[in-house]
Design a binder for this molecule. Structure first.
Ligand code: FAD
Length: 545
């Protein structure tokens, strides 16, 4: 296959890469090539909100990375899911829309040296991407491509949960998109009139009609070609063929937190020793490529309640009725979001910022049946809001078809484990508040219910899963050790940027889809600004008469 040279070649069409492709190709004078390893994502199941979730654990749509044994979880190995199709994670995710807190980004810009990334500086990019479906609001943008809406299926117990949080002593947050998430609130969702607003839908559907944007699916990028310290193209496997695509201006790596560091390493950029192990010629020794991996550990507790929840809609007849509702009205169970309310807790009163994040779902799972329980229930997932535990991504080999080695430490830091133990107790206290207690029949999971610190530790280590929010393996920073500088340029290489969740220096206390889209917006804007400076016509020479 021959792919014509482009001005920009982007690797990965996920939450960030799709945005970059859209923004750069808005200029008809430049040619953009977007390479995506996975397939297209435009069928019925991709558009139906719950349908996207069913693509998880399907190898054609999900990378399903198998991790190394996690020493912090007693050596447990896990599957880490990551979207593998146009839209990346946004095509299979839980559709929670959350930006994080003002203090997250002010920490990036201040203490972490990421000049230009304070809350006030990133907010315009959240607004730019957004197509808010609600009443006009100063906090939301309404001219962007990404639909953000209130959930169509809203269960009254989500409100009851917030009441219980208030009784427990948390604030009700009036507008959690305004940079303050400290308390409890109902969350918004990335849905467009009842369909999933993945970045493939929002940023590529229309943009793909532009003649200057070529989207190539089934294109697994092997490495970036670097000549004399400058990125000049990408080598990819397309339909089993090795193809080189020349980049006249820049190469953008947007393969996501688990893949972007592997692409850099295969290109000779990374820890010298690691590259030598795989016989890769060193181009630039950047020891932090693949380091700093952090992810939300996720521990759940579920409670049977005395009123119907979404569990009651999973019978054959009701499912058929709900499907019809979706087909004809884009409403009902198929538009359900797995998280309807969120809350932030301090497990120690002296903390400046909450250390535990809760996500409430109105459907509980039956582990024996491996599906929705027959009883009505609620589930609370808890994460350490900003984990201190760190793992790493390494290469398995120099072969692009070998998935990278993922060596996580989900609760490797004692503060994270302590927060999880205290947080688990606080969840029970919230469910014991009068507003909720009157509906709770019993706690169902974990079974048996852990009581002591030792039992909770054991339960957290054996039962926790992932939060699906890995970040930071190509950390941005103001310091020379960081992988990318605050303009997302790979240190020491010309014409090469990383633009995705991997550049986040520290996890925002939030889910990471909207933050990754913001990174895509801001990264694209910086590319355009830098191109304007570089390509500015030389000042006209003075005319002498
Ligand atoms: C199951 C799940 C549920 C989630 N739920 C939520 C949620 O409800 N709310 C929220 O805010 N966040 C959620 N997230 C997280 C969010 O979706 C991610 O943070 C976001 O998608 C990260 O964006 P990204 O661009 O960094 O990477 P991705 O979106 O993962 O995109 C990377 C893309 O690059 C492609 N790629 C990788 N390597 C190569 C290569 N070598 N060559 C070519 N292409 C390549 C991948 O196939 C993928 O399409 C969830 C994630 C998952 C997996």
């Amino acid at each position: 296959m021959n792919i014509e040279p482009a001005d920009y070649v982007i690797i990965g069409a996920g939450a960030s890469g799709a945005v970059v492709a859209n923004r750069l190709s808005a200029d008809p004078a430049v040619r953009v090539v977007l390479l995506e390893a996975g397939p297209r994502a435009d069928g019925f199941w991709n558009r139906m909100p719950s349908g996207g979730l069913t693509r998880m654990n399907k190898p054609d749509a999900d990378w399903m990375y198998k991790t190394e044994p996690d020493p912090s979880l007693g050596g447990r190995e896990m599957v880490w899911n990551a979207g593998r199709m146009l839209g990346g994670g946004s095509a299979i995710n839980g559709m929670v829309y959350i930006r994080g807190d003002r203090r997250d980004y002010d920490q990036w810009a201040g203490e972490l040296g990421c000049t230009g990334w304070s809350w006030n500086e990133v907010l315009p990019y959240f607004l730019k991407s957004e197509n808010w479906q609600g009443a006009p609001s100063q906090t939301h943008g309404s001219h962007g491509p990404l639909a953000v809406a209130e959930a169509r299926m809203q269960h009254p117990l989500a409100e009851t949960f917030i009441d219980a949080c208030e009784q427990f002593g948390l604030r009700r947050v009036p507008d959690y998109c305004a940079g303050d998430v400290d308390g409890a609130f109902r969350n918004l969702t990335t849905q467009d009139n009842g369909t999933r607003a993945s970045t493939a839908r929002a940023f590529l559907d229309e943009a793909e009609k532009r003649p200057n944007l070529q989207v190539v699916t089934g294109a697994l990028a092997d490495r970036v070609v670097i000549e004399n310290g400058c990125a000049t193209g990408v080598v990819a496997l397309v339909g089993g063929e090795r193809v080189k695509i020349a980049a006249r201006r820049e190469v953008v790596v947007s393969g996501g937190t688990l893949h972007s560091p592997a692409i850099l390493m295969r290109s000779g950029i990374g820890p010298a020793q690691e590259l030598a192990k795989h016989g890769i010629d060193l181009v630039r020794d950047l020891p932090e490529v693949g380091q700093n991996l952090h992810e939300h550990i996720s521990f759940s507790q579920s409670f049977e309640v005395d009123v119907p929840t979404w569990n009651n809609l999973f019978g054959k007849v009701s499912l058929a009725r709900e499907m019809l509702k979706y087909v004809f009205a884009r409403r009902g169970l198929m538009t359900m979001i797995p998280v309807e309310a969120m809350a932030y807790l301090r497990t120690r009163p002296e903390l400046d910022f909450p250390d535990v994040k809760l996500s409430l779902g109105l459907m509980m799972f039956d582990p024996v049946k491996s599906g929705p329980s027959d009883k009505p229930g609620m589930v609370v997932f808890q994460n350490v809001a900003k984990p201190k535990s760190r793992g790493e991504v390494r290469l398995r080999s120099a072969d692009p078809e070998d998935k990278p080695v993922i060596a996580p430490q989900l609760v490797g830091h004692p503060d994270d484990l302590a927060a999880m133990i205290a947080g688990a107790r606080m969840v029970r206290e919230i469910f014991a508040q009068p507003a909720l207690a009157k509906h709770v029949v019993r706690q169902v999971m974990p079974d048996p219910i852990p009581q002591t610190d030792e039992e909770l530790t054991e339960s957290i280590k054996t039962r926790s899963g992932i939060g699906f929010h890995p970040v930071a393996t190509c950390r941005m920073g103001g310091d020379e050790a960081s992988v990318v500088d605050p303009r997302l340029r790979v240190r020491g290489i010309e014409g090469l940027r990383v633009i995705d969740a991997s550049i986040m220096p520290i996890m925002p206390a939030a889910n990471t889809n909207a933050p990754s889209i913001m990174v895509g917006e801001k990264g694209a804007a910086m590319i355009l600004e830098d191109a304007r400076v570089l390509l500015k016509p030389a000042p006209a020479s003075p005319v002498h008469r």
